[in-house]
Design a protein around this ligand. Structure first.
Ligand code: ADP
Ligand code: MG
Length: 684
């Protein structure tokens, strides 16, 4: 994050000690006043009444109306957290979980971890002894870990309101299938229709049958409330007598919170733009030059293009002849440090203009005050899965009309605003779809299937989904699990206690500091000829040798906090391994063992380069799809004949991220069943 200084136009780093809006003067109303001004406040009584009398309440309301931060507090005030019960509120995104929990704690005048807590994978800030029911992977390697009775310890839980990702709540069901400690579960941002949200909705509907005391709130900015209501209403074998009113009523209640958004003027580009990073930068500078004060929110797709935009914008602002001083340029994406998050939420100093460059996290999950201008690239990163080729990509893809409207709406929170769409009006009207496709219908379902199996849901194909996944994707997932040995011939989990897969891409490099050259040099210091995974191992060893020094990390462009997480995850894995009786043994310096281990987990991602191919092009073994090594990999331009990748990203081409070189004979060794079964064996 940079602040362009008024006088010199130079780059000055903001101190990270900025506190959030409410604790600084700036003429901000007291927290209680702010709470009462939010649109949901008028509906407080209605919400509490509906929750009391209905098993499920669906609440739709404009982003920023106070759903996430206020409703859990209303519930607590009304006694839903009495007697040691907990109010849960789920979010699809980790960053939102943290940000919202700290805001609510602040409003309640408590510290995070006291009455208000949050849990995301690897971090548990609820008032409770940390427990180990996380299923982990290091360096992106999928590791199967048996869930060996790591049940909650008998500890008094003082948390009244708990924010958590929907994935974490699913995991809690392993220990407590009926989620008995929760009195109300609010599934927030339900319109996002992430896989975890959809699985959760299906399972919560089942839980409701056994727990008439449980209340559900489904909340979102734009949800199709009718179809969600129909989903929760349609029940086989309803209990109760005809004509007798059940309390709570099973028919969901629907409440729409009236927003108070101001008018937003939409501007389109006249000609399609070829480079949205450049177009976004020019647009921001134009707004800054021509428009009255007010902050700018730019929607891009991910850390890469956000960092590129910040770099370009900082340069152009500095060299521009126009008045471009006074810009505070800040990124917003998951993985930001606490201090960086705080800056985004802190009020803009007088005479300055904040420019927040964000992923779609600012579309509905987080509300930024003071935004008057929105610049919309028209794209976001989305997961797409092709069950035929079994390839899942994170693709930069056009957003839906519904998303575009949400993005524009962010400009009208404090006063009438303007939205600059970096696409033509014709494109908006004719080309982009009205609604997005639920993630469930465009994803690899392997971990989804395992999760359900582990929860004892055996008839996966007959599961009651809010939106059914394609049967081919389900069958493909079952097939993969079968060949991995996770499912037996009866399609049951091979371990009695259940398995869980989790895949966590850890990014340990510091980036976005505008020093690409130094970063590249730092990477070279650890680069291993075998590939990225071994490079990560070198970094890990280096970190240990430095006695886990933050100075060492800084010097080497490594994210110290990420490394501390790496150590923590390793420790958790070690303890789980110990508990289930796996004997730990070091591979010493034998990197072949490491490479084989990666091969065993990722055999389905093997690729080879055609003989004599100079272009760096690879073909996937399973689908003969064209792929290339990503420039961030240490194997970029090295191009070993056989590689395994961890993930694919699509931009102009399909790029493999985190790549390791392998010996093709290992594939037959670790997964003979798989390669024969698919007859996709070009190994020669
Ligand atoms: P919704 O969930 O309906 O989109 P929220 O409950 O997230 O709305 O936000 C309600 C209001 O709370 C926002 O308009 C904003 O004023 C304030 N708010 C939320 N989070 C923060 C934060 N981290 N810092 C400052 N204000 C915040
Ligand atoms: Mg919200």
């Amino acid at each position: 994050p940079r602040l362009l200084d008024d006088e010199e136009g130079g780059v000055v780093f903001l101190s990270s000690s900025l506190s959030s809006a409410s604790s600084i003067g700036y003429g901000y109303a007291s927290i209680e006043k702010q709470r009462q001004r939010l649109p949901v406040y008028k509906y407080r009584t209605a919400i509490l009444y509906l929750v009391e009398t209905h098993a499920t309440t669906i609440i739709v309301g404009e982003t920023g109306s106070g759903k996430t931060t206020q409703i859990p507090q209303y519930l607590k005030e009304a006694g839903w957290a009495d007697g040691g019960r907990v109010i849960a509120c789920t979010q699809p995104r980790r960053l939102a979980v943290q940000a919202v929990a700290s805001r609510v704690a602040e409003e309640m005048g408590v510290k995070v971890g006291e009455e208000v807590g949050y849990t995301i994978r690897f971090e548990d800030f609820t008032n409770k002894v940390r427990h180990l029911s996380s299923y982990l992977s290091i360096f992106g390697v999928i590791i199967f870990v048996m869930h060996a009775g790591i049940s909650s310890l008998a500890v008094q839980d003082l948390t009244a309101i708990k924010f958590l990702t929907d994935g974490v709540l699913l995991r809690e069901m392993m220990d407590d299938p009926l989620l008995t400690k929760y009195s109300v579960i609010m599934v927030d941002e339900a319109h996002e229709r992430s896989i975890s949200t959809d699985i959760l909705l299906g399972l919560l509907k089942k839980i409701q049958r056994c727990r008439s005391d449980l209340r559900l709130i489904i909340s979102s900015a734009t949800i199709e409330a009718k179809s969600m209501s129909a989903f929760f209403h349609a029940r086989k074998g309803r209990r109760g007598l005809e004509g007798v009113e059940l309390v709570p009523r099973l028919e969901p209640a629907i409440l729409s919170v009236e927003g108070r958004g101001f008018n937003v003027q939409i501007h389109y580009v006249e000609e399609p733009v070829s480079d949205y990073v450049q177009a976004a930068v020019s647009t921001v500078l134009l707004i800054h030059d021509k428009e009255p004060p007010g902050d700018i929110l730019v929607f891009l797709t991910g850390q890469d293009d956000i960092d590129a935009t910040i770099q370009l914008l900082t340069e152009e602002a500095r060299t521009s002849k126009k008045n471009s001083s006074g810009l505070i340029i800040l990124p917003l994406y998951s993985g930001l440090s606490r201090a960086e998050q705080e800056q985004v939420f802190s009020p803009t100093p007088r005479g300055k203009r904040k420019v927040v460059i964000s992923t779609n996290i600012a579309e509905t999950s987080l509300t930024l005050e003071g935004i008057v201008y929105v610049v919309d690239s028209g794209f976001s990163k989305q997961r797409f899965y092709n069950p035929i080729s079994d390839i899942e990509n994170l693709v930069v893809a056009p957003i839906s009309k519904a998303s575009a409207r949400q993005r524009a709406g962010r400009a009208g929170r404090v006063r009438p605003g303007k939205c600059y769409r970096l696409y033509t009006e014709e494109y908006f009207v004719k080309e982009i779809p009205a609604e997005g496709i639920p993630e469930m219908q465009r994803s690899n379902l392997v971990s989804c299937v395992i999760q359900l199996k582990a929860l004892g849901i055996d008839n996966i194909l007959g599961f009651d989904w809010p939106a059914s996944p394609p049967p081919e994707a389900m069958i493909r997932a079952l097939e993969v699990l079968y060949s991995l040995g996770v499912l037996d011939d009866d399609a049951k989990l091979t371990s009695p206690t259940g398995f869980q897969v989790a895949e966590i891409p850890l990014s340990i490099w510091v980036s976005g500091r505008g020093a690409q050259k130094e970063l590249d040099e730092a990477k070279l210091r650890f680069a291993a000829a075998e590939g990225d995974h071994v490079t990560f191992l070198n970094i890990y060893k280096g970190f240990l040798q430095s006695c886990k020094s933050s100075h060492w990390c800084h010097k080497n462009f490594i994210n110290y906090h990420a490394m501390k997480k790496v150590i923590e995850i390793r420790e958790q894995l070690r303890r789980i391994a110990q508990r289930i009786g796996i004997v730990m043994k070091s591979c010493e310096s034998d990197m072949q063992v490491v490479r084989k281990a990666v091969t065993a987990g990722f055999f389905a991602n093997a690729c080879y380069s055609e003989a004599y191919s100079q272009s760096g092009m690879y073909k996937t073994v399973r689908g003969s799809q064209e792929v290339y090594i990503h420039p961030s990999s240490v194997l970029f331009r090295v191009n070993p004949k056989w590689v395994i990748y961890h993930s694919l990203v699509s931009t102009d081409r399909q790029y493999m991220r985190n790549v390791i070189s392998i010996d093709p004979s290992w594939l037959l060794e670790v997964a003979p069943h798989f390669y024969q079964q698919h007859r996709l064996n070009p190994i020669h």
